[in-house]
Design a protein around this ligand. Structure first.
Ligand SMILES: [Zn+2]
Length: 223
């Protein structure tokens, strides 16, 4: 029988980074109160009770080895990772190669082009409160550069019925002072060279489907 020795070479703790560039953009009126029961209501017949729990906490998202991706967003860059063995590239990033032959090879960072292609998409006719007025929203899974995976984000500057598979996109960042290191720092737009194909049956069908959404959005209070 063959004896396999597993080497124990893992360090238990990484050295703690020295964080220097701290920025706060929390609105002034946000108070962290933690978990608190702030009220209740009881039905007339005494059979039902609702309790109101206020859940307000400060979270720290530690990006660890993925940090350069989020820092890149602040700088208006899309950072990807690449396996030095097989050359596969990823955005969203992977810290280790997924190919079995590469034996979890640690990936290297590279700056991606600000161009992408639609892999697939959907049209959102409903959303959370923050984006209700922008409905209907085109959400795409797009492949940035030669990434092996697709990343989700909004596609602006296009009528929902004009989106096509494989259509070329450009990445547009918010102005520098508005970026916070979140994927919402950028969105996709059709590439300058692209123009939509003429109307057809399928486009008409989608147009009809989204018409009530446009009408509904118009009824919303402005401001
Ligand atoms: Zn690899």
């Amino acid at each position: 029988m063959e004896v396999v020795t597993v080497m124990k070479n893992k360090k238990k703790f990484a050295q703690e980074p020295n964080f220097v560039e701290k920025k706060t953009y929390r609105p002034n009126d946000v108070k962290e109160t933690g978990l608190a029961f702030i009220g209740h209501e009881i039905s007339e017949d005494g059979e039902a009770m609702n309790q109101f729990l206020h859940y307000d906490q400060l979270y720290t998202i530690r990006h660890g080895w993925n940090s350069k991706f989020f820092k890149g967003l602040i700088e208006g860059k899309i950072m990807g990772t690449k396996c030095p063995k097989c050359g596969d590239v990823w955005v969203p990033v992977r810290t280790h190669c997924w190919n079995l032959d590469c034996n979890l090879e640690k990936t290297e960072w590279l700056e991606m082009p600000l161009t992408a292609k639609v892999h697939t998409w959907t049209i959102a006719g409903w959303s959370g409160r923050s984006s209700l007025k922008r409905l209907p929203i085109v959400l795409v899974y797009a492949v940035i550069g030669d990434s092996k995976v697709a990343i989700a984000n909004e596609l602006h500057g296009i009528d929902p019925w004009d989106v096509e598979f494989e259509m070329p996109l450009k990445i547009v960042f918010k102005p520098k002072e508005e970026r916070i290191g979140a994927v919402t720092d950028f969105h996709f737009e059709p590439a300058d060279s692209w123009s939509p194909s003429p109307m057809n049956e399928e486009k008409e069908r989608i147009k009809k489907l989204v018409e009530p959404v446009y009408k509904w959005v118009k009824t919303m209070k402005q401001g």
